[in-house]
Design a protein around this ligand. Structure first.
Ligand code: TYD
Length: 235
């Protein structure tokens, strides 16, 4: 049985979601440094990866040499990487009261492997639960960007070998008449509407500092209660 209750650890868990070029990675890093400057114990992670084993899984998943990897194997590898990252990094940090910022998490699997690849959603839900239990984010920012803008940004700032997904997006494979990235974007909107108390949709077509400001405002409403202090951009 899937228990949908969130973790009751002392820390606070933030995830950032969205497709390539939405600014997730830059924003996660900025947020992490702002948290540290404001005196919050913080941990930054990026998926897939985060431990020695998970980083090896990341290579298999993202490198061009893995072109043609089966969808089932892909799903299992993402789940394996996440389960290790939770066990080694995220859960212990939450237990110590830290703020955890994760660049992608569970919703990526639901969006890309579930809606994107078309894998049965019940299997995705179960596997997500199996991999992380109740370690669900307290808040998730879905950074929404137009697919064209996102794809342009992600290929311009490409990361060399880690281009298997981007290659595929550029080849623009269609399933049921829809392009992969358009399905992923729609998926994120659906996931957000199904989880309104957890997921905040942020317009990321704008300048990154405006996006960051919105995130800090929302976080202040949540964190000032929990930690009895506020986050300031300049401190
Ligand atoms: P990465 O190079 O880390 O890009 P980004 O900066 O966009 O996160 O690549 C991660 C890729 O893996 C990205 O295309 C999304 C995909 N992905 C999944 O398909 N499922 C998942 O569960 C996760 C975490 C990522």
């Amino acid at each position: 049985m899937i228990n949908k209750k969130r973790h009751n650890k002392q820390g606070f868990f933030i995830s950032l979601e969205g497709f390539e070029g939405s600014g997730k990675t830059t924003l996660s890093k900025k947020l992490y440094h702002i948290m540290l400057r404001n005196g919050f114990n913080s941990v930054l992670t990026k998926e897939p990866g985060g431990t020695l084993a998970a980083d090896k899984i990341r290579e298999i998943l993202l490198e061009r040499e893995s072109e043609g990897l089966g969808y089932k194997a892909e799903l299992l590898l993402f789940a394996a990487s996440r389960s290790e990252n939770v066990r080694v990094n995220i859960q212990p940090a939450l237990e110590c009261g830290s703020i955890v910022i994760s660049d992608r998490y569970l919703d990526s699997t639901t969006a890309y492997q579930g809606y994107g690849r078309g894998i049965d959603m019940e299997i995705i839900k179960y596997l997500n639960y199996f991999a992380v239990g109740n370690i669900i984010p307290d808040i998730t920012f879905f950074l929404d960007v137009d697919t064209e803008i996102g794809l342009y940004r992600s290929t311009v700032y490409s990361k060399g070998k880690e281009m298997r997904f981007e290659d595929e997006f550029i080849q623009q494979k269609q399933i049921n008449g829809k392009l992969f990235l358009d399905r992923v974007r729609e998926a994120y909107h659906q996931i957000a509407s199904q989880n309104p108390d957890r997921i905040q949709v942020i317009d990321s077509n704008r300048d990154i500092d405006l996006v960051l400001n919105d995130i800090i405002k929302i976080l202040n409403q949540r964190l000032s209660r929990k930690y009895c202090k506020e986050i300031f951009l300049e401190s």
